[in-house]
Design a protein around this ligand. Structure first.
Ligand code: BT5
Length: 330
């Protein structure tokens, strides 16, 4: 009878979903699933808090009336056609930051490809101490544990791999014109819809592991975007006018990421150059890049083998490894 609440939640929902027409008593559910009646009561309470509409009539039992788009590990695994990425899936209702948990799990030996997803982050992080707004159920807030056998200076290329996979997944699902903005943003119609946060544990010449944190705004409506982001952020729903099935978006992203990642480990970013050119918001345009106290203006010409931005500044060529980019004349 001992079961984690999460497994119990998933089993219970699947069971209620299969029997939508019937009211099921606690006894019936308990007998069928081998879950203790008290746990059933707790799980139903928790599921209701997360937006499941479950009716209950005294003496008759429970019936599922409406289920929100929800992330369950087995459901994700069943839909996923990958070999490494997402082989292990951990879903949480609320976490501080999926990157923090992924980092701890990686330190204690979790396997390459382990996926950590949260429905809500209370301390979602961007780069350089910035915060990432991650309200419940509206987006995909996830981290992947990666153990690539590449030198640390090549790691920024992984941000491009993730951005490309995300842009492709968005195009496949919505036909919207998704773009990647070096080094880590995904854009729709001039607004940010997603971002990538790479964190590394490494020695001078070797990577222990990389945590690739990816955030995508999926089902926010305009009123869900906080005031401070209202002129810069958007969501797939706002742009497409349609509700986004998050698991479809997630699995499509992970499948595309696995293909690009496996190739990147062997061959670097060069094979992705045509895709990078196709999806890039910046290439061929005039940009300003700020990093540290430096600020340079020039034409963004290319993204190299390792994920650095190649800029033409007058007659000079500059290789920029990181920074904040703004488009001039955008
Ligand atoms: C990023 O940082 O774009 C990386 C975001 C990575 C988030 C994921 S979610 C799962 C994983 N766990 C984490 O804790 N993080 C990762 P950066 O380029 O620094 O952009 C941050 C800036 O984007 C903020 O300062 C805001 O201006 C803006 N911003 C914050 N939340 C946003 C959102 N939900 N949508 C669009 N823009 C946002």
């Amino acid at each position: 009878m001992k079961r984690s609440i999460q497994i119990a939640e998933e089993e219970l929902i699947t069971f209620l979903q299969k029997n939508r027409q019937t009211q099921l008593s606690t006894r019936e559910i308990s007998k069928e699933l081998g879950i203790h009646p008290y746990v059933i009561y707790q799980v139903i309470k928790e599921l209701r808090r997360w937006g499941f509409n479950i009716s209950s009539e005294k003496g008759k039992g429970y019936r599922l009336l409406e289920a929100p788009d929800f992330l369950f590990p087995d459901k994700i695994k069943r839909s996923l056609k990958t070999k490494i990425i997402g082989k292990e899936v951990l879903c949480y209702r609320t976490l501080g930051s999926t990157n923090n948990l992924a980092f701890r799990l990686a330190e204690s030996g979790s396997a390459e490809g382990t996926l950590i997803v949260a429905d809500e982050q209370t301390k979602g992080r961007g780069r350089m101490g910035r915060s990432w707004y991650s309200p419940p159920r509206l987006g995909l807030w996830m981290s992947l544990i990666l153990r690539p056998d590449i030198p640390p200076f090549k790691a920024p290329g992984l941000s491009i791999c993730a951005g490309l996979s995300l842009a492709q997944a968005i195009v496949d699902l919505t036909s919207l014109d998704a773009k990647i903005k070096w080094p880590n943003d995904c854009y729709l119609n001039g607004r940010k819809v997603g971002g990538v946060l790479l964190e590394l544990s490494a020695e001078i010449d070797r990577i222990n592991f990389v945590i690739a944190g990816i955030g995508v705004n999926a089902n926010h409506q305009l009123s869900d975007i906080p005031k401070n982001l209202s002129s810069t952020a958007t969501s797939l729903r706002i742009e497409s006018g349609k509700e986004i099935p998050r698991i479809k978006l997630l699995t499509s992203f992970l499948e595309k990421f696995e293909t690009i990642y496996v190739d990147f480990k062997k061959n670097g970013l060069s094979p992705q150059n045509p895709l990078i050119k196709k999806f890039s918001l910046l290439l061929g345009t005039k940009v300003t890049v700020k990093y540290g106290k430096e600020r340079i203006e020039g034409i963004a010409e290319d993204i190299d083998e390792n994920g650095s931005l190649i800029m033409r500044v007058g007659k000079e060529k500059r290789v920029v490894t990181t920074g904040e980019v703004t488009l001039v004349d955008y």
